[in-house]
Structure formats: C-alpha cells, structure tokens
Ligand binder design. Sequence first.
Ligand code: ATP
Length: 257
Amino acid sequence: MSVLTMQDTIIQTNNVSVYYGDKQAVKNISMDIERNSVTAFIGPSGCGKSTLLRSLNRMNDLVPSCRVTGSIVVDGIDINSQQVNIESLRQIVGMVFQRANPFFKSIYENIAFAPRFHGMTDRRELDELVETSLRKAALWDEVKDRLRDSALSLSGGQQQRLCIARAIAMQPTILLLDEPASALDPISTMKIEELVTQLKEEYTIVIVTHNLHQAARISDKTAFFLLGELIEMDETAKIFTSPENDKTEAYISGRFG
Ligand SMILES: Nc1ncnc2c1ncn2[C@@H]1O[C@H](COP(=O)(O)OP(=O)(O)OP(=O)(O)O)[C@@H](O)[C@H]1O
C-alpha cells in the first residue's frame, strides 16, 4: 500500500463484530473509508447499518448489552482502547440522527451550548462560531434574524440542519449521519443532500440511508450489507451499474429489501 493511500484512509475497521447479548448484529466487517469522501451504508432493515455506524464513535457504549470486537482505527487512534477519551472521540466523530433532536433552547444556544461548556466563553468568539456553523449547514440566511427563537419553532428540515450545525460547531473531522433525511419532505431532503455534497470538502461523511437514489446521488463509495455482513463495498457508480455480487444486484434492482 502506498503512503498516499494510507494517508487517505481515515477510518479503518478490521474484523469488527457487534453483539447485542448473544445476538451478532454485525459480522466481521473490514473496511477502509477515505478522508473527505461520502460513504453510504445501504441494505435491508435490520442488516446492521446503524449498529456499525454507531460503533464508529462508540455510541453503542450506551447500550449495556452491546459488545464490539475487532479493531476500529479513526484518524490513527484505536478507538476501542481503554485510553480513549469518549468525549474527545465524539468531538472528532460527530453524529446526526434520523429524528432531529434539537435542545429545548434557542437556535443560538443549540450551537453555543457545547462549545461554551468546553471552555469557549468569549461572546464574540461564540457569535462567530454560531454564524460559521449555521452558514456551513446552509441555515444562516433562514435564521439570522431569529437566533433567540426556540429551535422548536423551526421546520423539521431546518431542525435537522440545525443539528448538523450543532455537530459542525464542535469542529469534527468525521460526520456520521443516520438516515438524516428519512423523516423529511422532498425539498428538505434535497437541501440535506446538497449540504452533504458541500460538507465533504471539509469533513468525511458516512451516511446510512434507505433511499437508494439518495445513495447513488451523493456518495462516492457505497457499502451493501445483508444480515450483518458486508456483501460488497465499491465506488458508488460501480455498485449501482455493475456490482460484483448477485445479492447486491438483486437489492439495488429492487428484488428484495
Ligand atoms: N439496542 C438494541 N438491542 C438489541 N438489539 C438491537 C439493538 N439495536 C439493534 N438491534 C438489532 O441488531 C440488528 C441490526 O440493527 P440495526 O438497527 O443496526 O440495523 P439497520 O440495518 O440499521 O436497520 P434499519 O435500516 O431498520 O435502521 C437488528 O436485528 C436489530 O434488531
């Protein structure tokens, strides 16, 4: 492997399995994810996409029955090592969930709350961070005159972009998006898709989606999962036009799932 290739890999999973109690939800997954790319996880419901995604920032730690084996290296750090500080990890690897979950606070506070908690107290610095984060999440123009309004006064699509802005404010390297547009109308979905395409200039994005058209539109690489196994991962164009595996072909052509 060339040095350049190694530098380009920002997430490397090696033989990762995830169990809920005795049940194995993710089976021996080894994959490389490139820096500043969009990778889509696709596959039928229950195939382990979200479970694998959540293991990339140790969100599964919150599930007592959950156990992860194998190694996951993120930006050179073995994230399952005892020494890893989970808060720092989640700062590097931000996450946005299917249902927008803004805090019951103002639009401004949704962005400023965590950075302030982590020590940024200068008002001007916080103002700047709020503006930059909202701009990057393509929400600034819609909310700049109502920053003190409750985040809950925003539409569902705006709330989801606010959650993306909130994740961006922590200056992550990687953004994990778990079906971020599945609860949104087509226009809000389009905005999220445009946003993902812009954000990959600065961040590495891994997105779980049920929407195959969405995966085809916005991702560089696509990984197809079935019953906890990674069946095939390749350039998105290849997965959707000439996949190697018959099961991938059957799934993308709508024959099951
Ligand atoms: N907290 C949990 N406790 C026990 N089992 C779980 C838990 N979360 C997920 N599972 C099981 O693990 C398997 C994989 O679930 P996961 O949510 O990762 O799949 P998915 O591909 O993301 O599905 P979907 O597309 O429906 O969100 C499923 O069988 C599911 O029932």
